[in-house]
Ligand binder design. Structure first.
Ligand SMILES: CC1CCN(C(=N)N)CC1
Ligand SMILES: CC1CCN(C(=N)N)CC1
Length: 331
């Protein structure tokens, strides 16, 4: 079995996130969810979510699904890196994305969500694609959609082909050779504590020389920007006239009229180049001449994150085989 589904940019002015249509239950209920390789809970806005916290999102109503079953006595609660979060209870039901169906997938129904989720009407929940060890369901942790689907897929892989301000795709169970150029370079993955953690072999700023330095970080489809060590990021923004690291805005800002240099990162003996345009993330407010950078320091996070700004420059293979590996190709 194999399948494909679109990765649609939320707010195409700047790719804050990507959502993918899924159906849940019988008859099928469609929601648009944020596929997240940085977590492992599948949770949705639901008929159980406090009405005051729902603002335009599509919801999953288990009571309207003939195949929904309450997972009695189970609850969940998750807090994300940006302080957002949600909590609730758990059903199992049929879950389909891109034609791949898992019957009896754990679907975590939100009873409460934080304000940032309430304010994002285009995101109706998340599909965790991290390792199932991160799942927060209590007392028994649940498996991700990918872990449940793996055995029925032609190949135990999914791929991400995210695009700059355009619709991309997530493929399940196969590698589409038409989506990349050259070769895919596979790297080992550290699965503890549960992210797709790999080590990049270094970086270059624009046409500058390549700095061979190991940078360990996570490939994260649900983080908009890319967060790397301060030394790396400082050397990048030093090349941009007028760029400053603003306490006020919480990161590097620069004149929107700047022509930004590209950023290249090593993957084994190969490398991926992020065009400068991808690093011009957004005006700080509508119409402002000041823009916010897509490459920021990870020093406050305790972890390096290769988020959408980096992922959308590549074709990425998340190989769930034994052992798991991650593949990178130019495109
Ligand atoms: C390490 C953090 C990265 C961002 N997160 C995520 N995509 N779910 C939370 C964990
Ligand atoms: C993991 C991320 C998902 C998107 N987020 C949000 N909508 N507040 C942040 C956390």
């Amino acid at each position: 079995e194999k399948g494909s589904a679109p990765a649609i940019p939320v707010d195409p002015r700047f790719d804050i996130a990507y959502v993918t249509p899924v159906t849940i239950g019988t008859p099928p209920q469609t929601l648009y969810l944020d596929f997240d390789t940085g977590s492992s809970d599948l949770w949705v806005f639901s008929s159980h979510t406090l009405a005051s916290q729902v603002r335009g999102q599509m919801i999953y109503s288990p009571e309207k699904s003939t195949t929904a079953k309450l997972l009695a006595g189970h609850t969940w609660s998750i807090r994300y890196g940006d302080g957002s979060g949600s909590l609730g209870n758990v059903y199992t039901d049929n879950f389909t994305v891109g034609g791949v169906t898992v019957t009896s997938q754990a679907v975590q129904t939100a009873q409460q969500v934080s304000t940032s989720f309430t304010s994002e009407s285009d995101i109706h929940g998340l599909v965790g694609l991290g390792f199932s060890t991160l799942n927060t369901v209590y007392p028994n942790g649940q498996l991700t959609f990918f872990d449940n689907a793996k055995s029925q897929l032609d190949s135990p892989v999914f791929t991400a082909d995210l695009k700059w301000k355009k619709e991309g795709t997530y493929d399940f169970g196969f590698i589409d050779e038409t989506k990349y150029t050259g070769e895919i370079t596979y790297l080992p993955v550290q699965t503890d504590p549960g992210y797709w953690t790999f080590t990049s072999s270094g970086y270059a700023v624009g046409d500058g020389s390549f700095n061979q330095v190991s940078i360990s970080g996570i490939a994260d489809t649900a983080t908009s920007l890319t967060y790397l060590p301060t030394a790396v990021v400082t050397s990048y923004w030093r090349q941009v006239e007028g760029a400053v690291n603003s306490q006020y805005y919480g990161g590097y800002v620069f004149p929107c009229s700047s022509k930004l240099p590209s950023f290249t990162f090593g993957v084994g003996s190969a490398n991926i180049t992020i065009p400068g345009s991808y690093i011009n993330y957004a005006q700080i407010t509508e119409g402002s001449p000041t823009c916010f950078g897509g490459l920021q320091s990870s020093s406050g996070l305790g972890i390096n994150i290769w988020g959408d700004v980096a992922l959308k420059a590549a074709f990425v293979v998340f190989n769930g085989g034994n052992p798991p590996t991650i593949g990178w190709a130019r495109k």
